[in-house]
Design a protein around this ligand. Structure first.
Ligand code: FAD
Ligand code: SF4
Length: 409
């Protein structure tokens, strides 16, 4: 018995020391996941030691990690679970007093600030931008509300958020909030027990169609009338891309008018093979796509997520989630159109945008529309480019979603 205890203590110590022997890769070095790497940042650190298990693109393990993080994995008999993951509740919310310059109304930044101000955490992992480039991500451990505010708004580019993991252990932080997207959070969940933390909180956003910095430039130049003045953009629930410009003006471009033939190759291969749009492993997720236009969508996955949301409830207007319309034929029709790179003339795209906005899916049905469209596209991408990975890489819930549609070969 004593030997058993000693040996497990020894093994645990050995495992903690073992990762110090690894060294993070240079930024210019090829990554273990090769072209599929989403640059989550893990491999920049000595936690690369765990990459074979931790990398979302080398070892898909959503169900196992859901069990670890939430005490249960998705119920495959529940359609809501296929789509939105394990959850205790979903709601629609917006800040009564929105944060200027936030991506939406700033619920994410507000939660980070409250957690820091109330002493629940000592630091918040989030991503600011470099001084030279508003879209070049710069991950930080924020220690003040000002640091968190400086990270508001999306950097719509692959961001190595986990590159700060070594700093966490070295700085002796014990209570931490991490804000991030699905692939970052999957790798984080795999190594969280090695970080020496007493408590980890995870606040996620959904994420889809992310791009490397040069891909973003191509998107802006192909789609916006004034690419150099864009400060943020969003693919909105009204089927238009909304660009915000430096002077406060807004530009709208209908989805159906996007030059899909030119844009097809800009998305990162990691995002073309991702099936964790809704950030399944975060404690709390804040996005927009399950809520009506102008509102944010909040998914509470577990007790920790509820604790985080409770901190800001008095600052929010809320309403129940809603769902209207039927997405299925729109998704089925979009599959061959996207595959062939069909682009409509702008007048037809605008007309189609107006019609779909009036009669199209809303609320949770819009979220299902977006998830179905991306999962069918990504399934075809993996099948065609990485056939040997298809079976292990596509989670069971995504398989069920894709099976609802007829796909080309
Ligand atoms: P803010 O208060 O402005 O805070 C934004 C937070 O996002 C900051 O804390 C920052 O650290 C973090 N962040 C910014 N860029 C990145 C990045 N590249 N990687 C990791 N973290 C980052 N929601 C949907 O419902 N559907 C979508 O399709 C969707 N796509 C998204 C794609 C990307 C690349 C990102 C980053 C987010 C996406 N979201 C999506 C989430 C949504 O756009 C908002 O970020 C979310 O609703 C929070 O808004 P907010 O005003 O509360 O955030
Ligand atoms: Fe490493 Fe992350 Fe890239 Fe995987 S996605 S190879 S864990 S940096």
């Amino acid at each position: 018995m004593l030997w058993g205890r000693c040996s497990s203590k020894y093994i645990a110590k050995f495992m903690t020391v073992a990762h110090f022997k690894s060294k993070g890769l240079k930024r210019s070095s090829p990554r273990p996941a090769k072209a599929l790497c989403s640059d989550c940042g893990l491999c920049d650190t000595y936690y690369i030691h765990y990459v074979k298990e931790a990398c979302a693109f080398l070892n898909q393990q959503v169900a196992e990690l859901e069990q670890q993080a939430h005490g249960q994995s998705r119920d495959l008999d529940s359609e809501d679970d296929w789509y939105f993951g394990v959850h205790q509740q979903m709601l629609t919310a917006r800040k009564k007093d929105p944060i200027p310059g936030a991506q939406w109304t700033g619920i994410v930044s507000t939660i980070g600030i409250e957690m820091l101000n109330r002493g629940l955490v000592e630091g918040v992992v989030c991503v600011q931008n470099t001084p030279e480039d508003r879209f070049q991500p710069m991950p930080v451990i924020a220690r003040t509300p000002e640091d968190i505010l400086a990270a508001r708004v999306n950097k719509p580019t692959l961001s190595p958020n986990l590159s700060i993991l070594e700093q966490i252990e070295q700085s002796g932080l014990k209570r931490l909030l991490v804000i991030g997207v699905g692939c970052q959070i999957q790798a984080l969940r795999s190594v969280q027990d090695k970080l020496g933390l007493e408590k980890l909180y995870v606040l996620g956003t959904p994420c889809v169609d992310n791009v490397p910095r040069d891909g973003l430039q191509k998107f802006l130049e192909t789609t916006s009338k004034s690419p150099e003045t864009v400060v943020s953009y969003e693919f909105m629930q009204d089927f238009r891309v909304h660009f915000k410009h430096e002077d406060g003006s807004e530009e709208q471009v209908p989805f159906f008018g996007l030059k899909t033939d030119k844009l097809k190759n800009i998305f990162a291969p990691s995002c073309m093979s991702c099936f964790d749009y809704v950030n399944s492993l975060a404690d709390l997720v804040v996005g927009y796509m399950g809520s009506p236009y102008g509102w944010q969508w909040v998914v509470v996955r577990n007790e920790t997520g509820q604790e985080m949301l409770d901190l800001v409830m008095d600052q929010l207007k809320t309403q129940p989630v809603m769902s209207e319309g039927d997405r299925k034929s729109a998704v089925q029709n979009s599959i061959p159109a996207y595959d062939k790179g069909v682009t409509l003339p702008m007048w037809a795209a605008k007309l189609m945008g107006v019609v779909i906005d009036r009669i199209g899916p809303r609320g949770l049905e819009y979220a299902r529309f977006s998830i179905d469209s991306h999962f069918t596209r990504n399934y075809l991408y993996v099948k065609r480019n990485y056939p040997e990975k298809l079976e292990g890489h596509v989670p069971a819930y995504a398989q069920k979603i894709v099976e609802q549609y007829t796909l080309p070969d």
